[in-house]
Design a protein around this ligand. Structure first.
Ligand SMILES: Nc1ncnc2c1ncn2[C@@H]1O[C@H](COP(=O)(O)OP(=O)(O)OP(=O)(O)O)[C@@H](O)[C@H]1O
Length: 713
């Protein structure tokens, strides 16, 4: 808490430094996992206009200023001294609260936008009535709390009177007051229960609404958006950011309202009880604040160093365990143990130093607290002796000043939480307001009876939005005649998959046009195009961790069991599926982990075939398989290709010999077209590729970097 407080007060915002070491370990691991996945299959599978990213970048608001806000200064100044004088246990509790919040560094900081109050209002509006009730209850609880010190003071007065005079019955005199206090305690408990229940209801419902809206909007984004973002970042917005925002919202209403009311109420009570004592309290506060600020700053720095050292140690362990095969192969276990041990030792030294610092801080806090109590008793006692104050009033003053201190401690945690909550909310809302350049649906459809499946690329130029200077396709023209198989071959990185992505309309060309039956793809409904016209089978089939039945049905929601069986038969999959004890209800595991490569591929084929696509794209669909699996899958593909417009992208040229046309690509352009025999006779690039494959020499990769050379240069 103390460290958190000074973090808020001096630096103007929370820093990722932490005092609680085990928590930091978890945090580091989480960051690593979430950042690790870059969805290379997404990168390869999709596309979008350069302007889309530009438009997105333009929309992204500037990063907020890093200067400490005046409010945070005020927060620190108000609360610091109080905390120094506060009991250490409270400080520790608050410290834990501050530490448990997710670290700012694990979050994406893309385009840190401003908090969208309008959107927030839309989520809040349905809960206004319940919120109003919660606020009333919270205020009620706070006001009751202000009453309690005064009544306790009166009770002490009765005790003092009885101890002094020994007249009358203590029980009779104190009964009414005690009963009243008991009732107030009960009411306060009930009010607290009430507002916490209501706030939890609002918070959870808002979080569900926000997650739903964000997920839905993320799914609608252009593929180029996913090229530029890490999956971990997006998931973090859905989970950690919404969670952070929800917690902050609940805290602001519960602790914020309540603490402010209590501070205001108790300060009034204090100044009514003794203006002189209150003034002294206000004078002592800034001095203690100054000392605490200095110590807090040093501790914060130490804490950060400690985290960095722990991160280094974790990194060593992570690398060794992640590459355990390499470590084993080189018999380097001992060296890795030593490296990790050395890093751990450094962590221990830092952590112990930090521990000593915290201990000193806690010790001094205790002294400060006790001195404050002693000072209040001493000065208050002299006021009592001078009959300026009663003993009961002094007791009331002590209890009320404790309430103020507790409330201010809460407020200090709250300041940091509010800042974190606002930026988490801003990150969540930022992606809610993004709109894709290629809509998911909308546009016209070609009636099935008129759909022929003729695809043409007219002088298409294209570069990926995230690499605008790198021209992947340049004046590219290609025709896929209806019902024919066209194979696209060429060097690695030549742009073959990019052609498929443009056909799927994952991206739009930067120049030129792609047509289906003479209609510009941009005028057609993308969801109809992808959902009903085009079937895509890639090299790495991605299955969902559910049943085989559900995976095949993913190609056509609402397909009957018979349709699923027919698609599976067509894909040569029925036999192996029925050989499983659970048949079509077999769970395939995460991403199809419990199936072989060939089985996964055949399920992917069945999934594509169930929608009876007019155009089929096979992107190196058999290249990851061994020869036996390849034979079975190829058989399925040959069957599936009959009567459809097929674009086959292939590395292994042996698989495309039977294609009606073979198109050879180089440098983003078509450089040869013909049948296998024609191209062999021609003795050009195709013949060279065939020769290399016969010799088992890998085809050279396309040079990286900007280029606009002529293919034959
Ligand atoms: N999502 C992407 N964002 C940016 N550049 C990309 C993306 N996908 C591919 N590229 C780049 O575009 C170029 C063409 O890639 P593409 O995948 O179309 O080639 P390919 O001919 O299919 O290669 P291979 O035969 O090795 O699969 C490459 O230089 C690649 O680095």
């Amino acid at each position: 808490m103390l460290v958190h407080l000074f973090r808020v007060g001096i630096r103007g915002g929370p820093v990722p430094g932490r005092l609680i070491l085990p928590l930091r370990f978890q945090t580091f691991a989480a960051v690593r996992c979430s950042d690790g996945r870059h969805s290379s299959y997404l990168l390869r599978a999709v596309a979008q206009l350069r302007s889309q990213l530009r438009a997105h970048l333009l929309r992204a608001p500037p990063a907020p200023s890093q200067r400490p806000s005046a409010w945070r200064w005020v927060g620190g100044i108000l609360v610091g001294p109080v905390l120094l004088s506060k009991c250490p246990r409270l400080c520790l509790v608050a410290l834990c609260e501050a530490e448990e919040a997710p670290p700012a560094c694990s979050r994406p900081c893309v385009g840190d936008s401003r908090f969208n109050w309008k959107l927030f209002w839309q989520f809040l509006r349905p809960h206004l009535l319940v919120l109003a009730a919660a606020i009333v209850l919270a205020l009620g609880a706070a006001l009751v709390n202000v009453q309690i010190p005064l009544l306790l003071g009166q009770l002490v007065e009765i005790v003092a009177k009885y101890t002094r005079d020994h007249v009358g019955s203590f029980l009779t005199e104190s009964r009414n007051l005690s009963t009243y206090l008991l009732i107030l305690y009960g009411i306060q408990g009930l009010l607290t229960f009430g507002y916490l229940v209501l706030l939890s209801r609002i918070g959870e419902r808002m979080a569900v609404d926000m997650r739903r809206a964000l997920f839905s909007n993320l799914l609608r984004q252009d593929i180029a958006f996913f090229d530029a973002k890490k999956t971990g970042q997006l998931v973090s917005r859905l989970t950690a950011d919404v969670q952070e925002f929800k917690s902050s919202f609940k805290l602001v209403i519960s602790q914020g309202l309540r603490s402010c009311t209590q501070v205001a109420g108790c300060l009034v009570s204090l100044s009514m009880l003794s203006p002189r004592l209150t003034l002294l309290l206000m004078v002592a506060t800034p001095i203690l604040m100054g000392v605490g600020t200095l110590m807090g700053s040093a501790l914060r720095k130490l804490s950060r160093q400690c985290q960095e050292q722990i991160a280094r140690a974790t990194g060593v362990a992570d690398e060794a365990l992640g590459n355990v095969r390499t470590v084993r192969a080189f018999a380097m276990e001992h060296r890795e143990e030593e490296c990790y041990g050395a890093e751990l030792e450094r962590s221990r030294c830092k952590a112990e130093e930090l521990g000593r610092g915290i201990a000193l801080f806690q010790g001094l806090s205790n002294i400060a607290f006790n001195c404050m109590v002693l000072g209040t008793l001493f000065i208050g006692g002299s006021l009592v002796a001078g009959q300026e104050l009663t003993g009961g009033d002094l007791m009331s003053f002590l209890v009320a000043s404790q309430t103020v201190q507790r409330s201010m401690a809460n407020l200090s945690v709250l300041f940091g939480q509010v800042v974190r909550g606002l930026s988490a909310g801003a990150r969540v809302f930022e992606y809610m307001t993004l709109s894709p350049c290629i809509p998911l649906a909308g546009g016209c459809c070609i009636p099935r009876e008129h759909l022929r499946g003729a695809v043409t690329f007219h002088n298409v130029c294209f570069s990926y939005p995230c690499r605008p200077g790198f021209q992947v396709l340049e004046d590219f023209s290609l025709t896929l005649p209806p019902g024919k198989i066209v194979a696209l071959v060429g060097q690695s990185g030549g742009g073959k998959t990019t052609v498929a992505s443009l056909l799927e309309r994952f991206y739009d060309p930067t120049a030129g046009v792609v047509t289906l039956d003479g209609r510009d793809l941009r005028t057609l409904d993308p969801s109809w195009l992808r959902g009903q016209v085009i079937g895509f089978i890639s090299q790495e089939p991605v299955l969902f961790g559910t049943t085989i039945m559900e995976n095949i049905r993913f190609g056509k929601l609402g397909a009957s069991d018979e349709e699923v069986y027919a698609a599976a038969r067509e894909a040569n999959a029925h036999e192996f599926i029925t050989s499983f004890p659970e048949g079509y209800n077999t769970i395939v595991g995460e991403r199809g982990a419990t199936l072989s490569g060939g089985q996964k591929q055949r399920l992917a084929i069945a999934r594509a075939l169930i929608k009876q696509p007019t155009v089929l794209i096979l992107d190196e669909a058999t290249s990851a398989l061994d020869s036996e699996s390849e034979r079975v899958v190829q058989e399925a593909l040959d069957r599936a290709s009959t009567g459809r417009t097929v674009l086959v992208i292939a590395h292994r040229l042996s698989t495309v010999r039977g294609a009606h046309h073979i198109v050879v690509m180089a440098h983003g352009q078509v450089c040869e077209v013909g049948t296998h025999e024609e191209l062999l006779k021609k003795g050009g690039l195709y013949a060279e590729l065939i020769r290399r494959q016969a010799l088992d020499v890998p085809a050279p990769e396309m040079p990286r970097g900007p280029r606009n050379r002529h293919p034959k240069s």
